[in-house]
Design a protein around this ligand. Structure first.
Ligand SMILES: *Cc1c(COP(=O)(O)O)cnc(C)c1O
Length: 447
């Protein structure tokens, strides 16, 4: 669908962001000109997807739309069993209810916030094993989403097997900048998992973008199709959680893919409790149809190339303006290094969030903070956690904006960069929720 967008004046934006307590999640969308908050559920569906909506089967049980989705998942990922859920975190909730208990340890690569939330909510611990290159935005590494296999093995060695329900591999790795994981690394994780008898779960929201990077960056894969690469990737996993709002290009939806019947049966109980009956799990038939079609379109090379090139276009424009960004550029977003952008601000004043607010004031562009606000407090000490990276994420919705819009965004941010030394104070927290605070936090200017 084509939607109109709305321009505004700086004076209006000053008023609106103040009313939103300097939290861009609290802005009304019509007060945003170009919305790069997220690529989650914000894509434009295709003609094919809309026509699939018309032939959805809304039967409560055993709908043909369910079987269409089941066949697509079997064909693309090789999973025999699946459970539909209303979105990605719901898939996590259902699967983790079956697998995670208090005192457990879940190693992975920069766990996504909802993933970490669902682990910590169950009084378990998420241990980050991402390679150290990921935390230096100036180093070029083709697979910054990779796990450090040495670190991972240390974790697997230091805890008894029954304390580690699974290893979670996020593809691509959202929190470290939309960075891919190589096939070699996925294989390495599988080998370690087998050695220690641990399950592997892929957090798969951007699996197709990950496959694109494998095809274009990893030796031996240049002549393989995206679908072949996807099948090999998932051959190293025991289960997957999926937020279909990303690479399946739908506005809402998710699922769990599984190999093991016993685990499927266990998770199905939670699916019925939290989501819906196992053949719809929080989705309507038409939405399952659009999702199946979206998975097919999302794994076409030409589509992926167009999308990922647009992200790189924005990144390149920013580099031309001298703006410090994470390189290589991610699959779904460009990540701006707020520490290098606003080095004069103390980290306690939330550099990345300050930059988010400045960009909104400058041009009505809504980005999002991936930094200390998102990192939340340590669940035990309740101290603020300051992650290795303070980032402003500019996330590009799928099939929505043109490169002309990207030029506007780059120019707006370049304007902020030019006057960055005049930004001498940041933000402080006025009110926050006990978990996942970034969505609802109220902030005020430090004066
Ligand atoms: C978006 C996302 C999730 C959560 O999915 P929702 O659909 O937003 O609930 C989990 N993991 C990753 C990597 C994601 O990007």
């Amino acid at each position: 669908m084509v939607e109109s967008i709305h321009r505004s004046t700086r004076a209006q934006r000053e008023q609106w962001i103040k009313e939103a307590n300097y939290n861009v999640f609290k802005l009304r969308s019509e007060h945003v000109f170009i919305d790069l908050l997220t690529d989650s559920g914000t894509g434009a569906m295709s003609d094919r997807q809309w026509s699939e909506m018309m032939v959805g089967d809304e039967s409560y049980a055993g709908a043909s739309s369910y079987f269409k989705m089941k066949d697509t998942i079997k064909e693309l990922f090789g999973f025999e069993y699946f459970l539909p859920t209303h979105q990605g975190r719901a898939a996590e909730n259902v699967l983790f209810s079956a697998l995670v208990k208090a005192g457990d340890v879940v190693p992975g690569n920069s766990h996504f916030d909802t993933t970490k939330g669902h682990i910590e909510f169950r009084k378990a611990k998420a241990v980050d094993c991402t390679i150290k290159e990921a935390f230096n935005t100036t180093i070029f590494h083709p697979f910054k989403g990779n796990l450090d296999l040495g670190k991972l093995e240390d974790v697997l060695k230091s805890y008894p097997q029954e304390k580690i329900p699974f290893i979670v591999v996020t593809i691509t790795c959202n929190s470290s900048g939309g960075q891919p994981v190589s096939m070699e690394n996925l294989r390495g994780v599988r080998q370690l998992a087998d050695k220690y008898g641990i399950m592997v779960v892929f957090d798969s929201a951007r699996f197709a973008e990950n496959a694109y990077f494998i095809k274009t960056r990893e030796a031996g894969y240049e002549n393989k199709s995206i679908r072949e690469i996807v099948l090999e990737m998932f051959s190293y996993a025991d289960a997957m959680t999926m937020s279909s709002k990303k690479d399946a290009i739908v506005n809402m939806g998710g699922f769990i893919g599984l190999r093991d019947k016993e685990l499927f049966d266990k998770a199905a109980v939670f699916n019925i409790m939290f989501e819906g009956y196992i053949t719809y799990g929080g989705m309507s038939g038409r939405d399952m149809n659009a999702l199946s079609q979206g998975l097919r379109e999302g794994t076409e090379f030409d589509y992926l190339e167009t999308r990922i090139s647009q992200v790189a276009y924005l990144g390149t424009r920013l580099v031309e303006f001298g703006v410090p960004v994470q390189q290589p550029f991610g699959g779904h977003a460009v990540f701006v290094d707020a520490r290098r952008f606003l080095p004069q601000l103390p980290k306690e004043q939330f550099q990345a969030q300050t930059l988010v607010v400045e960009l909104y004031l400058e041009g009505g562009v809504r980005g999002v903070e991936i930094g200390a606000l998102l990192a939340d407090r340590d669940p035990e000490t309740r101290e603020n956690r300051f992650p290795a990276l303070e980032l402003l994420r500019l996330t590009i919705p799928r099939r929505v904006y043109t490169n002309n819009h990207m030029d506007y965004v780059a120019t707006a941010l370049a304007n902020v960069y030019e006057r960055s030394n005049t930004i001498t104070s940041g933000l402080k927290i006025v009110h926050e929720a006990p978990i996942m605070r970034h969505f609802t936090v109220d902030l005020a200017k430090v004066v």
